[in-house]
Design a protein around this ligand. Structure first.
Ligand code: SF4
Ligand code: SF4
Ligand code: FES
Length: 246
């Protein structure tokens, strides 16, 4: 039976180091299977977060050979097993222990975004009318599993640590889902410009590249939001018209 070595980061916020574990691997295994095998036989105290093992709960996010990935969706046959497979926790969030980070900042950010506010019904029976194209446009954003891999890879959070000024790609997707919802009547543009820091995004597309749900974060969510902010606050013709109207 084949064997592979996993170089797993062990430690907490006060410090730690990589430790090598060699375990048996069989066809069809994913990285999370190997972590569980190590946990069962060699390191009972190894901390790892997971729930579904099906790429749907977003819990098992980590860095596999330096790439932000879901461990349950990363097959071992995609990796070079002739050298150790490096497993590390995400870098954009505080470390709790081993492969587990504290992602609670994300839930606080979510609360800061104005919720869905439907416009009054279109018909006397309390129903609305929507174009199918407008409905389809936001469906993609609803695939998000909140794995926060896009947050992890975004240099604004990962390297510059601007968590107090920038909500990150996940929540720009969330804001886009609300802003572009055909029934929504709320205005989030001022928040996006100021409190939520959309201007910090310089469209490097790193977030789009790592999204396991293949959401086109930059082109379909962030760029249209940036255009709306620019139209609202920086377009001189729109500003003049608004001043004349007021
Ligand atoms: S495109 Fe913007 S949000 Fe996405 S990783 Fe780059 S800077 Fe961050
Ligand atoms: S947008 Fe994609 S990468 Fe970001 S949290 Fe959602 S599923 Fe994960
Ligand atoms: S365990 Fe649920 S996404 Fe990996």
């Amino acid at each position: 039976m084949a064997q592979a070595t996993f170089r797993i980061w062990r430690g907490d916020a006060s410090g730690g180091k990589f430790q090598d574990y060699t375990t048996e691997v069989v066809p069809g295994m994913v990285v999370l299977d190997a972590v569980h095998a190590v946990q069962a036989s060699q390191a009972n105290d190894l901390a790892v977060r997971w729930n579904c093992k099906a790429g749907k709960c977003g819990s098992c996010s980590a860095e596999v050979n330096g790439n932000p990935r879901l461990m349950c969706m990363t097959r071992l046959n995609e990796l070079p097993l002739d050298q150790p497979v490096t497993l590390e926790p995400m870098k954009a969030f505080p470390l709790l222990r081993d492969l587990v980070t504290d992602v609670s900042w994300n839930y606080e950010v979510k609360k800061s975004i104005k919720p869905f506010k439907p416009r009054p019904p279109d018909a006397p029976d309390g129903t609305w009318r929507m174009a199918q194209a407008d409905v389809d446009r936001v469906q993609e954003f609803r695939k998000c599993i909140e794995c926060f891999l896009c947050q992890d890879v975004c240099h604004v959070l990962r390297d510059h640590k601007l968590h107090s000024k920038f909500i990150g790609p996940r929540f720009l997707v969330y804001a886009a889902a609300l802003e572009m919802h055909p029934l929504d009547a709320e205005n989030r543009l001022e928040g996006l410009k100021d409190q939520h820091g959309i201007g910090f995004c310089n469209i490097t597309r790193c977030c789009t590249k790592v999204c396991p749900e293949h959401i086109t974060i930059t082109e379909n969510a962030i760029i249209p939001l940036k255009e709306r902010v620019v139209d609202r606050f920086y377009d001189p013709v729109t500003r003049l018209l608004r001043m004349l109207r007021s």
